[in-house]
Design a protein around this ligand. Structure first.
Ligand SMILES: C[C@](O)(CO)[C@H](O)COP(=O)(O)OP(=O)(O)OC[C@H]1O[C@@H](n2ccc(N)nc2=O)[C@H](O)[C@@H]1O
Ligand SMILES: Nc1ncnc2c1ncn2[C@@H]1O[C@H](COP(=O)(O)OP(=O)(O)OP(=O)(O)O)[C@@H](O)[C@H]1O
Length: 308
């Protein structure tokens, strides 16, 4: 069976750095907005029992590819329960720029965990997969859980949140930013005041929700000042985009984004993008396209035909 699944990008609509833990990781508050645009992965069984990854244009050694690392880690976890050592061939169709703060590698890893859990019939729960994912990267659990969410801790304490439907233009200048380098830099400000969950609850049902107006008041990214100092071209991209709408950095960079009320409005600005920069437009979604695809597969019964 060939299983094809999307690996969506995320944006950090809010990113506050609250402090540094003794292990070097940072306490954050962030709003993860999932998008309906990303990479794509194809999974097929490998009866030889090996894991191979065709990463296409991505220039990362196989053993460093988060797809390969996620597959290895999952296999290690489930090996004792399965009758034979499972193998897989995974083809990665890369659309997202890496080092962009849009979670490409993390999302690929999460889709790998979800996809192989299906292909190999591991029957691990989402909690178990998120736990495995977290060992590889702080951004992986949100993609495993597949909901636009408010995150705390190092990014792993997730509360689903409803955001208004918006469309985004995401710009990549080509500057690849290392997350570790930004978090290591002594100039990074680490003293933001925490937003209380009460500030994010709305309506009679006390649901976690952020309207566009409320979001505008809370938006901002604590990494932005430092990243723009280190990469002036990223500042140029933000300033260019700000002619049309409020713009900011996502994650630890280097992509810049702005929100628009419609796909047409986002595309209109995209058409004016200066030469040398790349980008894409996408809609914000509350549920990950990966989870939607998996639900479709299980409701059509195809998920039961793999046989590990
Ligand atoms: C900045 C964000 O993109 C926001 O979504 C993420 O928190 C980064 O998540 P990620 O890329 O999955 O990060 P990891 O691969 O776990 O860590 C990369 C590096 O970033 C730093 N890091 C990451 C997350 C975090 N909460 N504090 C950190 O200090 C660590 O020094 C680590 O060495
Ligand atoms: N499947 C993968 N896709 C992209 N990058 C990968 C992958 N596997 C490993 N990497 C490595 O991870 C680095 C970070 O890539 P990634 O796309 O996850 O960054 P990012 O968008 O900044 O993510 P985040 O927002 O999670 O920090 C890349 O420079 C690359 O060396």
């Amino acid at each position: 069976m060939l299983l094809t699944l999307p690996a969506p990008a995320k944006l950090n609509l809010i990113l506050r750095v609250l402090g540094r833990r003794p292990d070097g990781y940072h306490e954050l508050q962030t709003l993860f907005q999932l998008l309906n645009y990303g990479d794509s992965l194809e999974f097929s069984e490998n009866s030889a029992g090996t894991i191979t990854v065709d990463a296409g244009s991505l220039e990362v050694a196989e053993e460093d590819n988060l797809v390969f690392r996620a597959a290895q880690l999952l296999r290690q976890h489930v090996k004792p329960q399965l009758k034979r050592v499972p193998g897989a061939h995974i083809r990665l169709i890369k659309n997202l720029p890496h080092g962009g703060g849009i979670g490409g590698g993390s999302s690929d890893a999460a889709t790998t965990l979800l996809g192989l859990n299906q292909l190999w019939r591991c029957h691990l729960s989402i909690d178990q997969l998120a736990e495995i994912g977290q060992q590889l990267g702080a951004d992986i659990p949100v993609f495993v859980r597949g909901r636009t969410a408010w995150a705390e801790g190092i990014g792993e304490k997730l509360t689903p949140i409803t955001t208004d439907e918006r469309h985004y233009l995401v710009i990549s200048t080509g500057c690849e930013v290392s997350t570790a380098k930004i978090f290591r830099d002594s100039r990074l400000t680490r003293d933001s005041v925490a937003i209380t969950l009460a500030a994010l609850r709305e309506g009679q049902l006390n649901e976690m929700s952020l309207s566009s107006a409320k979001l505008e008041a809370l938006s901002g990214n604590d990494c932005q000042k430092l990243v723009e100092k280190l990469y002036p071209e990223i500042r140029d991209a933000r300033e260019w985009l700000e002619q049309f709408a409020p713009a900011q950095l996502t994650g630890s960079g280097g992509c810049i984004f702005a929100a628009f009320p419609s796909a047409q409005a986002a595309l209109k600005v995209f058409a004016k993008l200066p030469k040398g920069w790349k980008g894409f437009t996408a809609a914000g979604v509350l549920v990950s396209p990966t989870h939607r695809a998996l639900s479709k597969i299980s409701s059509s019964g195809r998920g039961n035909t793999s046989g590990a």
